[in-house]
Design a protein around this ligand. Structure first.
Ligand code: COA
Length: 182
């Protein structure tokens, strides 16, 4: 992926031909672990991925949630403004990314990564990088030139990961919330 020109990558990710993504991705998506060659692929999420994504949100992202909630969210995804991709290894979903159009009055439209996580046993083999690449390709396909995301202050590992992918951070923010109904 690192060495793949953006145009070529976009072509590979174009349409919904994610089955080819695995073989062309980049050499780090195939590593030797003992005698096992571990491969992964990236594809668009389906509603049937709700169980796996809920487990990842709970265990790996730290946001406990029910399968029914995630299923409802997947069922009501608006493809005009958002996309969810999953990483699949050995037939199991091992990571996901959720990206959306981010519109404010004072900036050109950006793409916002709303959620990204990889199962701990599958980290450091390029899965996170491939998921972010899928989100970036989606942004480019939608005419969006800028990515953004919020990342919790304590997620220093994730911050190093994003820096490694070329993301920079110029300011800190404080998130405010208020419950409107019990
Ligand atoms: C952050 C996360 C998605 C990274 O996924 P991953 O699959 O392990 O990342 P990759 O293997 O694709 O790594 C991509 C690059 O980032 C680097 N990287 C990954 N994790 C890193 C870490 N903890 N510290 C420093 N660099 C890191 C890798 O070295 C790699 O660089 P390279 O290809 O030049 O070697 C994963 O650690 C995770 O799910 N964390 C828990 C949930 C989370 O914090 N999500 C982000 C919320 S904002």
């Amino acid at each position: 992926m690192k060495n793949m020109p953006a145009e070529r990558l976009r072509g590979k990710l174009g349409g919904h031909c994610f089955s080819t993504f695995r073989v062309v991705l980049y050499k780090k998506n195939q590593i030797l672990q003992g005698d096992i060659v571990r491969e992964f692929g990236i594809r668009e999420a389906a509603v049937s991925d709700a169980d796996a994504i809920a487990a990842i949100c709970s265990a790996d992202l730290g946001y406990p949630c029910t399968v029914s909630l995630v299923r409802r969210k997947l069922e009501s995804l608006d493809p005009r403004r958002e996309a969810v991709y999953v990483a699949v290894a050995g037939g199991a979903v091992v990571g996901y990314v959720h990206v959306e159009k981010y519109d404010v009055l004072y900036f050109e439209t950006m793409a916002n990564i709303l959620g990204l996580a990889v199962r701990s046993a599958y980290r450091h083999i390029g899965v996170g990088r491939a998921l972010v690449a899928a989100a970036e390709a989606w942004a480019l396909q939608n005419g969006i030139k800028m990515m953004r995301l919020n990342s919790g202050k304590d997620r220093s590992n994730a911050h190093d990961f994003y820096r490694n992918l070329g993301y920079t951070s110029e300011k800190e923010q404080i998130r405010f919330m208020k419950k409107l109904r019990p």
